[in-house]
Design a protein around this ligand. Structure first.
Ligand code: HEC
Length: 158
């Protein structure tokens, strides 16, 4: 009991040291923080869908239905992606985000990068249904490149 409350006290002291006096440790999440949390969850799902594509191909024998379904999920995410970035949810908000300010200052370029992913994922889905392994493999590389192209310009990676 005693040890536990000592630990709690230390944790609280540390929290106020980090956040400064006057800021309640359990400050309500801001709209920007909620937007960041929601989009990071969306990107995790995208990561899962892309992994499913690669795993299904690595299994040696192409699982057409699996790849097509995962590609369709990616296509849907790509369509939603621009709406995950409401104005004010960038680095200037103070939220912990890897989103770069260029997403908003170059909104057309960002929309194009999202549209490119949608196109590539759509092609992957169609090719998976046709079942030509080499073509699917090549197209999966283009999907990966569409992720990377956007990350290079619009995501701050450390
Ligand atoms: C149009 C731009 C764009 C495209 C396309 C894109 N991403 Fe991202 N991605 C971002 C941005 C911006 C962030 C940073 C989000 C943040 O931290 O607020 C991010 C973050 C992530 C994250 C980290 C999420 C987290 O937990 O913080 C993963 C994983 C990810 N992307 C995977 C992918 C995959 C896989 C693809 C392709 C299938 C992809 N992304 C395509 C812009 C993009």
């Amino acid at each position: 009991m005693k040890i536990r409350s000592a630990v709690l006290c230390a944790a609280l002291a540390l929290t106020s040291a980090v956040f400064g006096v006057g800021v309640p440790p359990a400050a309500a999440e801001s709209a920007a923080e909620r937007a960041v949390a929601a989009r990071q969850a969306g990107f995790k799902q995208m990561g899962g869908a892309f992994k499913a594509v690669n795993d299904a191909m690595r299994a040696g024998k192409l699982n057409r239905a699996e790849v097509a379904a995962a590609a369709t999920r990616l296509e849907t995410h790509a369509t939603q992606l621009p709406s995950w970035f409401p104005r004010g949810s960038g680095p200037e908000s103070g939220a912990k985000t890897e989103a770069r300010a260029e997403i908003w200052s170059d909104a057309a370029g960002f929309a194009e990068a999202a549209a490119n992913l949608r196109t590539q994922a759509g092609r992957l889905s169609a090719l998976a249904r046709e079942g030509e392994v080499a073509a699917v493999r090549k197209q999966a590389t283009l999907v990966g490149a569409a992720c990377k192209t956007c990350h290079t310009t619009y995501r701050a990676e450390d």
